[in-house]
Every structure is written in C-alpha cells, then in structure tokens.
Design a protein around this ligand. Structure first.
Ligand SMILES: CC(C)(COP(=O)(O)OP(=O)(O)OC[C@H]1O[C@@H](n2cnc3c(N)ncnc32)[C@H](O)[C@@H]1OP(=O)(O)O)[C@@H](O)C(=O)NCCC(=O)NCCS
Length: 147
C-alpha cells in the first residue's frame, strides 16, 4: 500500500514528549525495555540523532516510530515498530523510506540493524526493502557504565 502524507497523517521528528507513547509501542512490539529505554537515555539518542528519530502520527497520535542511529558514516536502525492495529497499511514502509532518504542526504554508505532470533517474521519486510542476510557476522556486546 502506498502511504500519502496528508493533513491528518504525517511523519515528524520524535520529541521526548512522545516518550510514554514510545514505551507503549515498544512494549506492544515485544522489545525489551531496559536501561537504554529509560527516558534520559532515549533523550540522549534524540539529541545525538535529531534528524533521524522519526514518528508517524494519525490525528496527532503516535502510531509508529523508527530510530536511526548515525555515526558519520553508517546508519543503524533501532526500535522500528508500528502499532499492531495499524500494521500492514504502509506506515512502516513510509517511516523506513523517509529514514533512508535522510540517511542518503547525510551521505550514509551502509545501513544495518539487528533482529532477535525469535523475531524472524520481520525478515521478509527487510528483504523486500533490499537488505541481505549477513551469515558471516556474529554480534557481541558488553554492558559498561553499570551502576
Ligand atoms: C516491521 C513493521 C514495523 C512493519 O510495519 P508495517 O506498517 O506493518 O509495514 P507496511 O504495511 O508498511 O509493509 C511494507 C511492506 O512490507 C511487507 N511486510 C510487512 N511486514 C511483513 C511481514 N511480517 N512479512 C512479509 N511482508 C511484510 C508488506 O506486505 C508491505 O509490502 P508491499 O509494499 O508489497 O505492500 C511492523 O511489522 C512491526 O511493528 N513489527 C513488530 C516490531 C518489529 O519486529 N520491528 C522490527 C525490529 S528489527
């Protein structure tokens, strides 16, 4: 479905005042709500990525989001979700396309993301957008700054 911006549905930069709606959307999507999702951490992300943290709104109600991380070279997609009742109507693709356009304007050369192994149902969406599965990589992480 092709999404069209109109008076009552639009994509805007996310603001920290959207925080409680974001948490609802992420919980519904099954994302882990941990330290990185605390309000001050999300605000830090918005401040570091002011152009690439996007929300989609219907009648000013947030129904989906995509957080684009930009490190001056690469783009990373985080916390991409659309409200269950609004899925399959083109909103996800609209958010995704807008982020890709902004990444292109910023000169990003490659975009990546992580998907949890129990969420592989989202893979067809990304394949449709031209992403390839990287079987040659593994991811490692470590918590630092624990208090
Ligand atoms: C991924 C997600 C954001 C997509 O949002 P959406 O609004 O439902 O997607 P759209 O309606 O814009 O779909 C875009 C295209 O992808 C396809 N698509 C979307 N989800 C799909 C799926 N699970 N399987 C196959 N195709 C899918 C649609 O058919 C559509 O194709 P078309 O352009 O040929 O019509 C949404 O499914 C979601 O919130 N999932 C739960 C959270 C999640 O897993 N996020 C990703 C973490 S990495």
């Amino acid at each position: 479905m092709i999404w069209q911006e109109s008076k009552n549905q639009n994509i805007k930069k996310l603001n920290i005042s959207d925080y409680s709606s974001l948490i609802e959307i992420w919980k519904e999507a099954g994302f882990k709500i941990g330290k990185s999702e605390e309000k001050k951490e999300v605000e830090k992300f918005f401040n570091a990525n002011p152009k690439t943290s996007l929300g989609i709104y219907i009648d000013n109600v947030l129904i989906g989001c995509i957080l684009g991380g930009y490190d001056a070279r690469r783009g990373l997609i985080h916390h991409f979700a659309v409200r269950k009742e609004q899925q399959g109507k083109g909103y996800g693709k609209a958010l995704f396309d807008q982020l890709m356009n902004i990444f292109k304007e910023l000169g990003v050369v490659k975009v990546s993301f992580w998907v949890k192994k129990d969420n592989t149902q989202v893979i067809p969406f990304y394949k449709k957008q031209g992403f390839i599965l990287r079987e040659d990589l593994i991811t490692m992480s470590k918590e630092i700054n624990d208090d």
